[in-house]
Design a protein around this ligand. Structure first.
Ligand code: THU
Length: 135
C-alpha cells in the first residue's frame, strides 16, 4: 500500500466500522480528496429493501459535493475482505460527473494490504456526460 496516501488509508480504517452492511456483511469505506485538497468520506449503507443500498463511494462523493466542493481529484475504496474492490459502474458514472480522465482511483484491502491503482479513464473510457446533452 506504499503508494496510497496515508491520510486516506487512516481515515478509511477509522470509518469502516460505521459501514452498515448487515445483509452482505461486506464493509466498504471510501475517502475522496477534492481539488481544494479537502477530504470527505462515506461508508456503504444497506437497506432491508436491498435495492436502496448505497455504495460507500457515492456517499463520499455526495458528501464532498454537499460541502460545496466541485471537483474530485482522487478516491480511495477500502474493503475488509481479501481482494480490493473497484467502484461499481454506477459509482464510476457519478465520479465522472465530478472528475476527469485522470482522476485517481485507489482500491485497497485493509485485510491483505493488497492495492490497485487506476485512472477513471481506465475503468470508464467512454462516458455519458453533459456533452451528450449539449448543454
Ligand atoms: N459496495 C460498495 O459500497 N462499493 C463498491 O465498490 C462495491 C459494492 C457495497 C454495496 C453493498 O452494500 C455491498 O458492498 C455488497 O455489494
Amino acid at each position: 500500500m506504499d503508494n496510497v496516501p496515508l491520510d486516506m488509508v487512516n481515515l478509511a480504517k477509522e470509518i469502516i466500522k460505521n459501514s452498515y452492511a448487515p445483509y452482505s456483511k461486506y464493509n466498504v469505506a471510501s475517502v475522496v480528496r477534492t481539488d481544494n485538497n479537502n477530504v470527505y468520506w462515506g461508508v456503504n449503507i444497506e437497506n432491508a429493501s436491498y435495492g436502496l443500498t448505497m455504495c460507500a463511494e457515492r456517499v463520499a462523493i455526495f458528501n464532498a459535493i454537499s460541502h460545496g466542493e466541485k471537483k474530485i481529484k482522487e478516491i480511495l475504496v477500502a474493503v475488509n475482505s481479501e481482494e480490493p474492490a473497484i467502484p461499481c459502474g454506477a459509482c464510476l458514472q457519478v465520479l465522472s460527473e465530478f472528475g476527469d480522465d485522470d482522476t485517481q482511483i485507489y482500491s485497497i484491502s485493509l485485510k491483505s494490504n493488497k492495492s490497485k491503482f487506476y485512472k477513471l479513464k481506465d475503468l470508464l473510457p467512454y462516458r455519458f456526460s453533459s456533452k451528450n446533452l449539449k448543454i
